[in-house]
Design a binder for this molecule. Sequence first.
Ligand SMILES: Cc1cc2nc3c(=O)[nH]c(=O)nc-3n(C[C@H](O)[C@H](O)[C@H](O)COP(=O)(O)OP(=O)(O)OC[C@H]3O[C@@H](n4cnc5c(N)ncnc54)[C@H](O)[C@@H]3O)c2cc1C
Length: 203
Amino acid sequence: MVDVTIIGCGIIGAAAAFELSKYNVSVLVLEKENDIALGATRANSAIIHAGYDPKPGTIMARLNVRGCEMAKQLTSDLDVPYINNGSLVLAFSEKEMETVRMLYARGNENGVPGLTILSKEEVLKMEPYVSEEVHGALYAPSAGIVNPWEYAIAMAETAVKNGAEIRLNAKVTGISKTASGYSVSVNEHESIETRYVINAAGA
Ligand SMILES: Cc1cc2nc3c(=O)[nH]c(=O)nc-3n(C[C@H](O)[C@H](O)[C@H](O)COP(=O)(O)OP(=O)(O)OC[C@H]3O[C@@H](n4cnc5c(N)ncnc54)[C@H](O)[C@@H]3O)c2cc1C
């Protein structure tokens, strides 16, 4: 009986395995592809968002701000490329400045540190190659960029070193409830008994 079975090994499955592997529980990750991090994790825009976008009061808002804060130390511990270069949301009209102000208010409510609304002159001073047509911007100094693929791989590798198992070419094809947890079907012909299931199979 496995304690926790994680479906999918993108950044979310890898992070769950990484975190759980710090504890005395058995962890099995089932990935349908022949390698990990081949889904959305492999090729996104690589931004560690500051957390001004999610709706205040949601779990996403809380975890976004916390995840952004954690990334600096975590990427350093895992030796993953990361740059804390901040982010700009540029506005090219007064109407778009309304969105900038809305995100500023939302970000402050979410607890994003150091948010500032920049004037046209301040944006151009910070980023001289931005179009002269810019009206202003939201600047979030806590944002950064990371290599999301390496981030996932580093977390998965560490999880394995800590005792987690990752099975490739293992597509989950069904889940049913049992008295002690769940029975997870893999590739239609194998069953795995597990206490808990984490669905990290992506969108
Ligand atoms: C164009 C684009 C740009 C983006 N830019 C950013 C950005 O800058 N910053 C940011 O934070 N986010 C960004 N995102 C979002 C980000 O990429 C996703 O939120 C993140 O990668 C989701 O990770 P995941 O682990 O949930 O999913 P995935 O990376 O898709 O992983 C899911 C895994 O589950 C596996 N799987 C699926 N079904 C099964 C099954 N039945 N059995 C076993 N395994 C299964 C898949 O093979 C895959 O490996 C962007 C997304 C896109 C599309």
